[in-house]
Structures are given as C-alpha cells and as structure tokens.
Write a protein that binds this ligand. Structure first.
Ligand code: CO
Ligand code: CO
Length: 300
C-alpha cells in the first residue's frame, strides 16, 4: 500500500518504534526492501536522494507501482531535497513525501523555504520532512559532531512556524563513514528534551545512522526517533556479501541475487532487532470517494 510518510511516522511515534528508510538507487534494492518489509510485516520508507537519481519521475513511478502492489504500508520520500523545484518534480513523480533541507542555511531561510514547500505539498496530500540543526559529515566528525546540535526551543518554534510534518534532528550522528575506530557520541538527553518539547506524537528522524553503536540506535528508536535513514552500512553489507560469494564463471550470474541477499540480511537485523518495526504493519483506511464530489456542475 502506498501511503504518506506522515501516516507511517505518526503510527510509529504513537507506538514508540522506528521505521527503516533505506536509501534506494535501483529496482533491486527497492524490491528487496519491500520484500523484506512484507516478510516481517513492517511498514517501510523508500528514501531517494534526488541528486543521485537522474529522472525522479521515472523512478518515482516505478517505486509507486511496487508500493501499491505491496501488502504493507510503503512511503516514497525525497531525501535531502535541495530546491522547491526538485520537491515539485518528486511530487509529480508520485512521491508521497519530500524533505526540504535548508539545515545549512540561517534559521529564517530554513523557516521560509520549508514553509513554501509545506504549502505546496500539503495542497496535494504529500507530507514534508525538514532538518533543524545540522547533521554533518562523519569524515569531519571532530568538528561536525559537536556543532549545530538541535535545541528543543528552536525545534518547537520551527515546527509551529512551518507546520512541517516530521523533523530531522542533530543529536550527534553524522553522514557517511567515520575515520577508522571512531564512533559517534549520541546525546540521548537532547533527544528526550526535543521530543518533550514537540509532544509525544510528533515524529523525529535520524540521519547518518551508519556507524552508530547498536545500543545507542536501539535506545533512540524507543525514545523518540521514528525514522532511521540508512545508506552506508547497507552498501557495505552488499560489498561484504559479494566478497564472500563464489562469483567465478557461471556463478557470476548470481551477482544480483547476492546484492539483494546482503542488503536484506542487514536491513532485517536492523528492523527486527534494533528499530523494532517488525509486526507493526497496519491497514490504512480505504480512501473511498471524496464526499463533496459534485456530479451536477452548478448545483450545490
Ligand atoms: Co541525511
Ligand atoms: Co547487530
């Protein structure tokens, strides 16, 4: 079932668990993600990095077909939308959610640009994610990991000003791979304060989850984080799977199956043992016909 990310995350927030948002790039990883979600009866979010996909319209429609054919709730979200225009393109491609990322801009610019996208998206029933504070790069963790953390005061002000549906927060994670031996330092107390400021049902998003200790991830997923973006760890899992596979001669044909296997194995572990979304799939209400549909033009 194709649903909005808000539908998925409000349920997750109310029931205290997190939903995986694997960054998908092809048909194989997207299909593997939905297959797995069905196997463990979990909702799932397909995150699509707009700058990595040349044709959002084509890719969005393909994902939409897969999502509609699925037995579990699936949302399609534009990850790190960098402009109003790209968000509009994603919506036209059938995405049910978009992120507008102005986390590197001043607060007022973030409010202005997020509000603009919220107005457009909400007009067509699409939900919006924004980021406040800034989740930086793991390669530069010494600096990025300690600056631009989200404060509860700003978070409350920002959500009220923009009407945004879910918020990505900076609580100590960073994007990509950390220098060897380094792990991020997660501010659990900051997360608790932000959740409290926004209300228990308001969904929060964790970017840059790769490389985070599993105990930390487990803790944040039952304490306010409702969506976990995962990319680098999944790509790594594929690489390890291929390294271990026998791909000599005729076995080379197995490459696509091995990719899917490696992806699913790690994602299954995270969704079942860490995020806590297994068996949390729910059935959306059938939309039915719009009540105000007017068959007789001019009559009221
Ligand atoms: Co991110
Ligand atoms: Co583990």
């Amino acid at each position: 079932m194709l649903v909005t990310m808000k539908d998925i995350l409000v349920h997750a927030s109310k029931n205290n668990y997190a939903v995986a948002a694997p960054n998908v790039v092809t048909e194989i990883d997207a299909r593997a993600s939905i297959e797995l979600a069905e196997e463990i009866n979990s909702p799932i979010i397909l995150d699509v990095l707009g700058t990595a996909i040349p044709d959002l319209d084509f890719y969005g429609h393909m994902l939409g077909d897969m999502a509609r054919a699925s037995r579990v709730p699936v949302a399609i979200n534009l990850d790190h939308g960098d402009s109003f225009e790209r968000c509009a393109k994603a919506i036209r491609g059938g995405f049910t959610s978009v992120m507008i990322d102005r986390s590197s801009s001043p607060y007022d610019v973030n409010v202005r640009d997020t509000s603009e996208v919220v107005r457009m998206a909400h007009a067509v029933g699409v939900s919006v994610e924004a980021e406040l504070g800034h989740v930086g790069q793991a390669g530069n963790y010494a600096e990025d990991g300690n600056s631009a953390l989200t404060t509860p005061e700003d978070a409350k002000k920002f959500v009220e000003a923009t009407d945004v549906d879910m918020l990505a927060v900076a609580i100590g994670t960073a994007h990509g791979a950390y220098p060897k031996g380094e792990k991020p330092y997660i501010r659990h107390e900051n997360l608790a304060a932000i959740k409290e400021a926004l209300g228990a049902d308001y969904p929060l998003v964790l970017h840059g989850s790769s490389g985070t200790a599993e105990e930390d991830l487990k803790k944040v997923c039952s304490n306010g984080i409702n969506k976990v973006n995962i990319a680098n760890d999944l790509c790594n899992a594929i690489c390890r799977q291929l390294d271990a596979a026998d791909t000599e001669g005729q076995n080379a044909y197995a490459v696509w199956r091995e990719i899917s296997k490696g992806w699913k194995a790690l994602l299954r572990h995270m969704m079942v043992d860490v995020y806590g979304s297994a068996d949390k799939a729910w059935t959306p209400e059938a939309p039915g016909l719009p009540l105000e549909y007017n068959l007789h033009m001019g009559e009221k």
